[in-house]
Write a protein that binds this ligand. Structure first.
Ligand SMILES: [Zn+2]
Ligand SMILES: [Zn+2]
Ligand SMILES: [Zn+2]
Length: 328
C-alpha cells in the first residue's frame, strides 16, 4: 500500500460523474416497488416494511450439478450451486439507510439474520454473502433501497482470505484477530470515526478506498445472529449514522458497495470468526470525482491519496443531520 497525500492537489481534468437526480417515493416502472410487476410477471405484494424474493435473474442456480473441468493442471473450473435473494429495505422507492429510522433498519437486520440462518442451514451452502450496491457509479440497476444475498457452496475469495488470517491469529495468539485489532485501534483512536455502546466504525489501517470503513460489533461473535437485541439495535444505529455521514460528506447520495463478512456456514463452530461489515465507496474529492483502481494499483500495489487518519477525521467531524433534512 502506497499513501500519497500530496497528490490530491494535482489538477483534475479527467472524468466527472453526473450527480444523480432525487428519486420519487413510488415509481410505477420500478420492479421493487410494492404492487408492481417484475420481469417474470410475478406481482410484488403490497409490503409495509421489508420484502424478500429469489432473484429473477440469478447469477447462481441451486441445481448447478457437479461438473468439473481441469486443463493441464493449471486451469480448474467447478460448477457452483447457490441461491441469490433480493431484500427490499422499505416500500419507499426514495429511501436509503441514511433516511430510514433506527427501528426500520432494525427490521432489515432481522431479515439479514433470518436469511443467513435459513440459507446457511442448507447442506450445500457454506458461505452467505449479504451485500448492497448503491448508486449508478457502483452499477446498481435500481435506486430502490435493496440488497442482495448470494449463498454459495464454495467459500468466496474474500471469505477464504479472512478465514485463513483469523484462523492463523487464533492459533498463534490464542485470541481473535479482530478483537485484538479493535483494541489497538481504540487505544490509538486516530482512525475511529465514531462508536456507540456496542459497535465501532473505523477507517481500517490498510484501507484502499479513500473513505473506506469497517463497522465492527465489539463483543466477539461470528455472526449477526449471535448479537443480542441491544447489540443489533446499536448496529442499526451505526449503519444509519455512517450512511448519513457519507451522504453529508459531499452532500450527495453517496455510492458504495457494503456487505457483511460472517462465519462460514459449513457446520463448523468457527471460534476465530468475528462478524463485521465493510463499506467500499469510490468517491474521492467531490460528488462527481471518483477514485479509479487502475495503472499502478491494478498492476502493482493499491495507492491512496488521503491518509486513513485524515479520512477518519473528516468523516468523524461531519454532522449526523442529513443534508436533505436540514431546516430551510
Ligand atoms: Zn421502487
Ligand atoms: Zn473477536
Ligand atoms: Zn471482512
Amino acid at each position: 500500500m502506497l499513501v500519497s497525500p500530496h497528490r490530491t492537489r494535482r489538477p483534475w481534468t479527467g472524468r466527472s460523474e453526473a450527480p444523480t437526480p432525487p428519486a420519487p417515493a413510488y415509481d410505477p416502472e420500478c420492479y421493487l416497488c410494492p404492487g408492481n410487476r417484475r420481469a417474470n410477471d410475478a406481482i410484488n405484494p403490497d409490503y409495509a416494511h421489508t420484502f424478500v424474493f429469489d432473484n429473477d435473474f440469478p447469477a447462481l442456480l441451486p441445481d448447478a450439478g457437479a461438473e468439473r473441468f481441469e486443463g493441464g493442471g493449471l486451469m480448474v473450473a467447478q460448477a457452483e450451486a447457490g441461491v441469490c435473494r433480493v431484500i427490499c429495505f422499505s416500500p419507499r422507492h426514495d429511501l436509503t439507510l441514511a433516511r430510514m429510522s433506527v427501528e426500520e433498519i432494525g427490521r432489515v437486520i432481522a431479515v439479514w439474520r433470518d436469511e443467513y440462518r435459513a440459507l446457511g442451514a442448507k447442506a450445500d451452502i457454506n458461505s452467505v454473502q449479504i451485500f448492497e450496491n448503491r448508486g449508478d457509479m457502483m452499477g446498481a440497476s435500481n435506486p430502490h433501497p435493496h440488497c442482495q444475498v448470494w449463498a454459495t457452496k464454495s467459500l468466496t475469495n474474500e471469505a477464504a482470505k479472512e478465514l485463513a488470517a483469523q484462523d492463523a491469529h487464533l492459533r498463534e495468539h490464542g485470541a481473535c484477530l479482530i478483537c485484538d485489532y479493535l483494541e489497538l485501534e481504540r487505544t490509538a483512536g486516530e482512525r475511529i470515526v465514531f462508536e456507540n455502546e456496542h459497535v465501532t466504525v473505523l477507517v481500517p489501517f490498510w484501507a484502499v478506498w479513500p473513505f473506506e470503513t469497517m463497522v465492527i460489533p465489539r463483543r466477539h461473535s461470528g455472526t449477526m445472529d449471535g448479537l443480542g437485541e441491544a447489540e443489533s439495535g446499536a448496529l442499526a444505529d451505526t449503519l444509519r449514522r455512517i450512511a448519513i455521514r457519507y451522504d453529508n460528506l459531499f452532500e450527495t447520495p453517496f455510492p458504495y458497495s457494503m456487505g457483511f463478512h460472517q462465519a462460514p456456514t459449513d457446520g463448523e463452530p468457527h471460534p476465530e470468526w468475528h462478524v463485521h461489515a465493510h463499506f467500499y465507496p469510490p468517491l474521492l474529492r467531490s460528488a462527481t470525482v471518483r477514485k479509479f483502481m487502475v495503472g499502478f494499483e491494478l498492476l502493482g500495489t493499491p495507492q491512496r491519496d488521503i491518509t486513513p487518519e485524515a479520512a477518519a477525521e473528516r468523516l468523524g467531524a461531519l454532522s449526523e443531520t442529513h443534508y436533505l433534512d436540514r431546516g430551510t
